[in-house]
Design a binder for this molecule. Structure first.
Ligand code: BEZ
Length: 220
């Protein structure tokens, strides 16, 4: 007889739907406590492998340049790497001097790796000493709503990060679902009927774009 072996992860990693694990940490804007951070707002928390590295510089600059779009979506940015505050400050100043881009959001100095380990950002088969490129989308109730993990050698896509954030918020607001490649202005998916009455109402509804009875879209 064969037994099914399920390999448990060595550390418990947060999953979609979990409450964001609480922590206190030093950042480039002083000490923060996750449970008190960005009250009433969304948080996009993202890690990068190391300060003063090329891909990370493009990504952090991308967050900084588009910070106004995160502001418009009621969202605070929170960076992290396994570097000291001193290194973070040096990098922020270096990028500001060379390109004029200013990282005007807190960056956690996770030198004891406490936060990276707790959030599954330290993935030892990729690197034992650097966090991978993770993005956690955390809603105002501090629930984790979406997680992205990228390896060390591939930068993230800022359009997709903003699109996913907008999609989550729009889905919550209108109680709808978002189709492939949804972006603001596109039609959204109306949840499928769950009873025969709802099915009959759906069939009679001429305001919806119906591909099938279970796949209907509407403008919002
Ligand atoms: C980078 O940001 O360029 C980078 C950082 C760590 C490993 C590989 C690339």
């Amino acid at each position: 007889m064969y037994e099914t072996l399920v390999q448990e992860p060595l550390v418990s990693m947060p999953r979609i739907g979990d409450q964001a694990p609480d922590f206190e940490a030093l950042t480039t804007k002083g000490k923060i406590k996750m449970s008190d951070f960005a009250k009433g707002k969304w948080t996009v928390m993202f890690s990068h492998p190391a300060d003063f590295t090329p891909v990370c510089t493009t990504e952090m600059s991308g967050f900084a340049i588009r910070k106004n779009e995160f502001d418009a979506l009621n969202t605070e940015l929170l960076g992290l790497s396994i570097d000291s505050v001193h290194a973070h400050l040096g990098w922020v100043q270096n990028v500001r001097e060379s390109t004029g881009v200013y990282f005007d959001f807190p960056i956690i100095a996770d030198i004891d790796m406490k936060v990276s380990k707790r959030y599954g950002m330290l993935q030892p088969n990729e690197s034992e000493t650097s966090a991978v490129r993770a993005v956690f989308f955390i809603d105002p109730t501090k629930k984790i709503r979406l997680i992205m993990y990228y390896p060390l050698n591939v930068g993230r896509n800022m359009d997709e990060i903003l699109r996913a954030l907008d999609a989550l918020q729009t889905s919550d607001k209108y109680k709808v679902a978002m189709p492939l490649d949804w972006k603001r202005g596109d039609k959204v998916i109306v949840p499928p009927p769950k009873t025969l009455d709802e099915l009959n109402a759906r069939i009679a509804d001429d305001t919806l774009e119906k591909v099938e009875w279970y796949l209907a879209k509407k403008e919002i």
